[in-house]
Design a binder for this molecule. Sequence first.
Ligand SMILES: Cc1ncc(COP(=O)(O)O)c(C=O)c1O
Length: 429
Amino acid sequence: MVDTSLQEGILFSDELQKKIKEKFWHVDSDPLRKGRRIFFDNAGGAFRLKSVLKSYENIDALPDCPERVHETALYLQKVQENGENDIRTIFNAKDGSLLTTLTASQAMFEMVGAVAENIPGTNIVTTMLEHPSAYDAAFYYARKTGKEFRPVKTNPVTGGVDVDEIISKVDCNTCLLSFMYASNISGAILDAEAIIKAARERNPDLFIIIDAVQHAPHGVIDVDKLKVDGINFAPYKFFGNRGSGIAYVSDRLSKLHHHTLLAKPEGTWELGSPAPSQFVAITEIVNYVCWLGGQFIETGTRRELFVEGMNRIKMHERALMNRMLNGSEKIEGLRKMRGVSVYLDNPDMTERDFIIPMGIDKLGFTQAVREYEERGIIVYERINTSLYSKRMLDSFGMNGCIRVSPLHCNSTADMDDFLETTKELAQLE
Ligand SMILES: Cc1ncc(COP(=O)(O)O)c(C=O)c1O
C-alpha cells in the first residue's frame, strides 16, 4: 500500500517559506544580473546560508594557529570540535573517524584506496550511475591492485540501480562495494539499507563505501543504522561553501594502512591543519537544519531536531516536485505539457530526490538551457559529450537532458513560473 501523504509531500507554510528564503543568499536574484532570477541548478552547487559565510569570515579572519595553548587557539580548537560533533550529527556517527579534504572526490579516493590496497579479494563492485569521483576511484584502484572492476548496470525506468543487479556482482571475493545514495542526474535514491543487507549476506566482511554528495542535502543519513565503512558529502551542495569534502570512516576502515601523520593517534585521517572556518560552516548548516526542525517539534536532542528538519526539507521538496510534474489549477505540469518530455520518471516519489531530467522536444538541450537563461532561469544541460555525465546517460540510452534541481528554499510560485516559461519554450517555432 502506498501512503499518499508520503507520495505527495507537505509544503512549508508561506510564512516559514519566507523566513527560510531570508536565511539564504540570492534565492530570487543574482547580483550580476537585473531582475528576478530562478536558480534551479542546486545539484551543481546549492544556495548558501548567510550564517555560513558570516561565521566563516569571522573565524577565518583570526590568524592564530589552533595547535597552540593561548585563548584564541583554544577557542579555535573548540570551533573545530563543535564542527566535528556536527558532522557526526549529520551522519549519526557514534564511532569511527572523520576525514576532511578539499573536495568530496579526494575523500572518496582516500577511502577507496585504503580498502583496495589492504583488503584481500579479487574484485571491486560499483555502479554505472556513479559520479566520476567514485567510479574513477574504484577503476583506478582496481587497476592499481590488479583486481577485476565490476560496474553494475542502471535501470532506465527508475533512473536508479536495482538491488538485485548490485548483489549479482558481489561475491565472496569482492573486497569493496561502492555505490551512490542518490543520483545527481536522475535524482533516484538507491535503497542503501537493502543493498547493504543483501551484500553482507553474500559477503559478511565486505567493505562498503557510499557517495552521499547528492543525497545528504535532501534526506536523513544514519551510519549507525547502515553500518557502512565510508560515506561522504560536499558542504557546497548542502547550503555551505566550496573548499571542503567531508567523510565518515568506520573504525575498521580507519585502522587500515592509509595516508597519515606519525605524530597523530592511530586511526586519524586528518592530514595537516584543516581550517577551523570549514568546521564552523558545518556547525552553521546543522544550526539551520535544527532551527527548521524546531519549527515543528518543541524540543529534542541536536540529532532529533536535525532529523526533523531534514525530513521537513524532504517533504517540502517532494510537494514541489509533484507540483512541477503534475501542475496545479494554474498551469499543467511537465508530465502533461505538450512538446515536453520528462525522463527517468519513476512514479514512486519516495524513491526520488528533487531532480527532474527533462527535454523540450523542439529545442536541443544546450539551446533550451540558453533560452531559459534569457528568461531568468538557471538550469543545466547534462549531455553525453560531457565526461561528467556520458557514462550515466549512455547507460540509460539517453543522449542528454536538461537537469532541473531546485531546493527547499524554493516556493510553489517558483515552480509555476518555471512551468510558464517551459510552456512558452515548448511552443517556440
Ligand atoms: C553525486 C556526486 N558525487 C561526488 C561529487 C564530487 O564532489 P566534489 O566536487 O566535492 O569532489 C559530485 C559533484 O558534482 C556529485 O554530484
